[in-house]
Write a protein that binds this ligand. Structure first.
Ligand code: PEP
Ligand code: MG
Length: 590
């Protein structure tokens, strides 16, 4: 039966494919397709893992038969029996074989997929005792996965392109070679990074806001995605056909042929539109009345520099360096590793400038997802970004030295996130000087950098004088500026409808910052998601913005808006929008 789920649109386009439900993040496993010739060896891998666990349990059973009821209570023996029974369950075995043989999933993926199928049946059971056996199933699956680690496949995972399958292809071809849509309760920003190497054509999560970091990374992947689609991971079943409408934020499950045809048409239209936009690649971004506009890229990893250049970016306006620090079990990258990463990004930009933001860990970007900050009531208001860096000067100095050294290889800007106090600015500047002194003492070469601050806290936007005194440039982080101005958690889908870039308070802070910088002759850009939103391009131009930084995939669409804009006319209109009580209404009518 066809039904739809409404969530938040985070990454545009249509994806049509089969659902892959991922198990809890505790069981994070590699997802890749195997070659048909590997089917039997993958099945063997699961079998040996399972046999190892069966043997372990049987050994335990033998040993407890010699113990008294105190050391080995009756419940323990019963539990082991249950575990053995689950391991030998025909449904688990045949399901895993199916995913490996018919879908060519690697062994770990097949096992966790089948776990999801069975876990769902447990959830639906009336009997509470049986329902609780789901936890046992998860435990034994984890054990098998652990046992399998010793016999990992040595063959490199083959890559498969699933991106450009059209609806027509799908109707003709219902074999293993169909796009896959990942469905999860939640995904961390680091999970998202793994996606860059993965096979999924789109994803859906139950939770998350439009500018949560998970959504931001999704946008950088340029695959259709919907977040905040509550209950989707419970309503969608493994292998269901699903459509993601990333423009509308809608998920259609089990679509009828007519709906499938309609979305197939939309999908082709989207591809034609992309083709049309690609013609603008070499066109300079100049407005109709001759204003030159700088379109920069936001990147998360050094390797993204390539897509930035390919998309026609004239530099990197925001390199979120924290992604180098995340998902490493808390083991931070040393100076050399960071230096090499920054150098790769700088060299990748082939002479174009690169703005490296110092680490912004905290809130929805924990160092590790297992280290999620649950100890503090409001992590977004806590030890985040520059506060975290200043609290650990040795870590911060390591990063500063690495960036300064990398600056030898090309034009580099250093950007500091989340500053708000003059004392923090002075402290930061002193540490930058100190990093230079340390490099001098070691006789290591370093390059010149321009130093900028992010304006992403309302208090910073209201006290620009001190920022203009110390910094060479400013960059407006609208994602956090909106969050902190409106007191809306950017990662919480339950208040996502109130997260409004067009709120007059937000617009006034953004416009005021741009105007003050323009008056003082300081370079200013916007690097939050507002910069890549084509519905806001003209308003920002009208406010006097001349530098936009966004995900590479958004650059051409924004360029198209720039080419059609007449700044002379937009300035007066923007002033009217700014003086409105409800600016969204006027902007919509324009
Ligand atoms: C912002 O806050 O707008 C920004 C660009 O930084 P981040 O999204 O990484 O917090
Ligand atoms: Mg920010």
């Amino acid at each position: 039966m066809t039904f739809s789920i409404h969530g938040l649109a985070v990454a545009r386009g249509i994806a049509i494919g089969r659902a892959v439900l991922v198990a809890s993040s505790r069981m994070d496993v590699a997802h890749y397709f195997i070659d048909p010739s590997q089917v039997s060896s993958e099945i063997d891998r699961v079998r040996s893992g399972r046999n190892a666990v069966v043997e372990e349990i049987q050994r335990l059973q033998t040993s407890i038969t010699h113990m008294g009821p105190k050391e080995a209570p009756h419940e323990l023996a019963a539990l082991l029996d249950v575990h053995l029974m689950l391991l030998k369950d025909e449904e688990l075995v045949s399901g895993v074989k199916h995913w490996i043989t018919d879908r060519l999933y690697n062994a770990e993926w097949a096992l966790t997929t089948q776990l999801e199928v069975i876990a769902r049946q447990f959830d639906e059971m009336e009997d509470e005792y049986l329902r609780e056996r789901k936890a046992d199933l998860e435990q034994i699956t984890e054990k098998v996965l652990r046992a399998m680690k010793g016999v990992a496949s040595v063959i490199a995972p083959p890559t498969r392109s699933v991106r450009n399958k059209t609806q027509q292809d799908l109707l003709l071809d219902d074999t293993v070679d169909v796009p896959l849509i990942l469905v999860a309760h939640d995904l961390s920003p680091t999970d998202m990074l793994q996606f860059k190497k993965s096979v999924f054509a789109g994803f859906i999560t139950d939770v998350g806001g439009k500018t949560s970091h998970t959504a931001i990374v999704a946008r950088s992947l340029d695959i259709p995605a919907v977040v905040g689609a509550r209950l989707s991971s419970q309503l969608i079943r493994q292998d269901d056909w699903v459509i993601i409408d990333g423009d509308a934020g809608v998920v259609v499950v089990d679509p009828s042929p007519i709906i499938l045809a309609e979305y197939g048409f939309k999908q082709r239209q989207g591809e034609l539109e992309r083709g049309r936009l690609s013609r603008l690649l070499h066109t300079p971004a100049v407005t109709m009345d001759g204003h030159k506009i700088e379109l920069l890229a936001n990147i998360e990893m050094p390797e993204d520099a390539l897509s930035a250049v390919k998309a026609g970016a004239v530099g990197v306006g925001l390199f979120r360096s924290e992604f180098l620090f995340m998902g490493r079990q808390g083991k931070l990258p040393n100076e050399e590793e960071q230096y090499q990463a920054y150098k790769r990004a700088i060299e990748g930009m082939q002479g174009l400038p690169v703005t490296i933001r110092t680490v912004d860990i905290g809130a929805d970007k924990p160092l590790d997802k297992s280290l999620k900050d649950e100890a503090h009531m409001n992590p977004a208001l806590g030890l985040r970004a520059i506060r975290w860096s200043l609290a650990d000067p040795a870590m911060f100095l390591t990063q500063l030295r690495a960036i300064l050294r990398a600056a030898v290889h090309g034009q580099t800007n250093l950007l500091i996130p989340m500053l708000v106090h003059a004392s923090e600015i002075r402290h930061t500047m002193a540490l930058i000087d100190h990093a230079r002194v340390e490099l001098d003492n070691r006789g290591v070469a370093y390059g010149p950098v321009k130093i900028g601050a992010m304006i992403e806290i309302p208090a910073a936007a209201l006290t620009l004088k001190v920022f203009l005194k110390y910094f060479d440039f400013l960059s407006i982080g609208t994602n956090d500026l909106i969050q902190y101005t409106l007191a809306i958690d950017r990662a919480d889908e339950s208040v996502a409808h109130l997260y409004d870039p067009m709120h007059p308070a937000v617009l006034r802070l953004v416009a005021g910052t741009i105007a003050e910088c323009n008056t003082q002759g300081k370079h200013v850009s916007v690097c939050g998601e507002m910069a890549g939103d084509v519905t806001l391009t003209r308003l920002l131009l009208g406010m006097g913005l001349r530098s936009f930084s966004m995900h590479p995939a958004q650059i051409l669409a924004v360029k198209q808006e720039v080419l059609r804009a007449d700044v002379g006319k937009l300035t007066a209109w923007a002033e009217q929008v700014l003086s409105d009580d409800e600016p969204g209404l006027r902007a919509m009518r324009h």
